[in-house]
Ligand binder design. Structure first.
Ligand code: UDX
Ligand code: UDX
Ligand code: ADP
Length: 535
């Protein structure tokens, strides 16, 4: 085997394999990179202008490497011819999915390695020359040993060097994370051949990553480090979410708390945002995988400790929904509730394990009519996700997906924010004057509110138009956007929502994305996660 890599194959064209190989190919014009997948539609999408995943900046990178838009020779290919790509490669990434097992030993907790195993078998069947095999997928500690057994049994005449090189990118920021990684971890055995394989892989990254950020450690540490990193990140969010419950009960404010605690350099400020629960394809799966590993090693105290991270996350989703129900007089039946955001975080169209799936499930169990808007997630995806977890008939009867926020919120009794999309921010609304008593405003009945000219002054920036003369609760716009306010294309128009929602205009912010005071100045009542009600 030559010490320099010239041909890379990546098995699995998903959220990890696709962006990672695009960045590798862009930065290594001399290396041919072929990403393969079993799924024909997925590969067809990767070959088209409509990539199968939404990721800021991804298309630019793909265009350079796949299409040679900057005048260079293309070196990034997407294909379903897995055998050919394996045969030609000297380094193969395994980037397939490792979901939680749904049946058999460890069901609901252990990682399902069936896809990793089938990729390994495929490699063993096809390979005729020595290859470096790189685990990219997050795998339980010890998986490299299982791969070795498969290769030894099926392809004894070919030499495989097995490396662990976990990927730490987060969705929504994948390109930035790949271009400027905190570290590149390469795990290998310590014999000379393995070390030289690790060096060959390090050279691929060194094309754009400073050498001091490329860390080589032992194979088992590398496998466990990826799992540990995800579990500790999830644990931070469960910690802050558990504290958000205390904040709501005491009047402490979770954002002030996160800020104050995060200033301690030993703790740090990242991953401390309270939410209605973490989602995504990794955190829950990886924590449960660690729980299973601990149980398998007869370490029940360790297993229980990590299990509580997932328990708090379930509790948080449930707690947020209960708060909505309670604030709406314990009855949601036939009330229209607008849900803003369905993706598990902003800047992605991915919905796997999104808190929205559980929260909306509970709302429709209470017989609410749920109107959903997400800037990136398609209607079919939303309905498929909900029907997979909740009775399909109830989903069909109770859920409508809208293409814009204004329609979703029209006539709604409440707005529930579940994803922190910038679109939902309230920075286009002027800060209310400090002397405007928002508490008193809330205490007023609707008619008084609409006649309350003290907040209609021009320096508060809000025009309040007289409400209807009779006292019937008709839906009539009382708030108009002042001409001076510019709405950024990326922001939804809260003025219009105020004008078309039912009163009282309830907003439940599961992400602390809106400013309760600004919304209050438009007549909204906001309940935010980790803050006491009706600010
Ligand atoms: C702690 C807080 O650090 C400090 O901010 C607060 O004001 C008081 O409590 P202290 O108890 O003096 O300070 O020491 P600290 O360095 O935090 O260590 C506490 C314990 O944790 C020690 O037993 C220490 O050995 C242990 N520790 C600390 C670890 O086991 N591992 C670590 O990585 C750090
Ligand atoms: C995560 C890890 O960050 C990444 O390193 C790993 O490679 C894959 O798993 P990802 O799931 O894409 O990445 O996104 P992340 O930004 O970590 O968010 C996960 C979930 O936690 C999201 O639902 C997010 O909204 C939530 N979250 C994140 C919070 O609730 N609060 C925070 O402070 C941060
Ligand atoms: P991740 O988030 O880890 O990238 P994804 O589910 O987005 O996971 O992508 C994994 C991809 O791997 C899927 O597109 C799936 O079709 C593909 N895949 C799974 N097993 C194999 C296999 N044996 N050969 C080729 N592709 C595979």
């Amino acid at each position: 085997r030559a010490n320099k890599v010239s041909n890379i194959c990546c098995i699995g064209a998903g959220y990890v394999g696709g962006p990672t190989c695009a960045v590798i190919a862009k930065n290594n014009p001399d290396i041919t990179v072929t990403v393969v997948d079993l799924s024909e539609p997925r590969i067809a999408a990767w070959c088209s202008p409509a990539l199968p995943i939404f990721e800021p900046g991804l298309y630019d990178v793909v265009q350079v490497a796949r299409d040679g838009t900057d005048g260079r020779t293309p070196n990034l290919y997407f294909s379903t011819n897995i055998s050919q790509a394996i045969d030609e490669a000297d380094l193969i990434f395994i980037s397939v999915n490792t979901p939680t097992k749904t049946a058999g030993r460890g069901a609901g907790s252990a990682s399902d390695l069936a896809y990793v195993e089938s990729a390994a078998r495929h490699i063993a069947e096809v390979a005729r020359s020595d290859k470096i095999i790189v685990e990219k997928s997050t795998v339980p500690c010890g998986t490299a040993g299982s791969l070795r057994d498969i290769f030894n049994a099926l392809a004894p005449s070919v030499h495989f060097d097995i490396l662990s090189n976990p990927e730490f990118l987060a969705e929504g920021t994948a390109i930035n994370d790949l271009v400027k990684p905190d570290r590149i971890l390469i795990g290998s055995l310590t014999d000379e051949r393995s070390v030289s394989a690790a060096e060959a892989l390090a050279d691929v990254y060194a094309a754009w990553v400073p050498r001091e950020r490329i860390i080589t450690i032992n194979l088992w540490s590398s496998e466990l480090a990826k799992l540990a990193a995800n579990c500790m990140l999830a644990q931070r969010i469960s910690s802050i979410n558990s504290l958000s419950a205390i904040c709501e009960a005491t009047g402490a404010n979770i954002e002030e708390l996160s800020y104050a605690v995060g200033l301690d350099t030993r703790i740090g400020s990242k991953m401390l945002k309270a939410s209605a629960g973490f989602g995504g394809s990794c955190f829950k799966k990886d924590v449960l995988s660690l729980v299973f590993i601990a149980e398998s090693l007869h370490l029940p105290e360790v297993a229980n400790y990590w299990k509580s991270v997932v328990d708090i996350n379930e509790y948080q989703k449930d707690r947020f929904t209960k708060r909505i129900t309670k604030s709406m007089y314990n009855t949601l039946a036939r009330k229209k509730i607008a849900v803003l955001g369905f993706a598990y975080k902003k800047n992605t169209g991915d919905t796997r394990e999104s808190a929205a799936i559980s929260v909306i499930g509970q709302l429709i169990t209470e017989r609410a009519n749920v109107a959903i808007f997400d800037p990136q997630v398609k209607e079919e995806q939303i309905l498929r996700d909900l029907a997979a977890e909740h009775p399909a008939q109830i989903v069909r009867d109770s859920v409508t997906v809208y293409a814009d926020a204004i329609s979703a919120c029209a006539d709604a009794c409440a707005v529930v924010i579940l994803t922190e999309w910038d679109h939902f921010k309230t920075d286009q609304i002027p800060e209310p004057r400090p002397d405007v008593d928002l508490g008193a405003l809330h205490a007023m009945d609707e008619r008084a509110l609409s006649n309350h000219h003290s907040i209609a002054s021009s320096d508060s920036g809000i025009d309040v138009v007289d409400g209807s003369a009779d006292s019937s609760p008709t839906i009539k716009p009382i708030v108009q956007q002042p001409a001076s306010v510019k709405t950024n294309g990326q922001r939804i128009d809260w003025y219009k929502i105020a004008a078309t929602m039912r009163r009282p205009r309830l907003v439940f912010d599961g992400r602390n994305v809106v400013d309760p005071r600004r919304l209050a100045s438009l007549g909204f009542k906001v309940e935010s996660i980790g803050k006491r009600g009706w600010q």
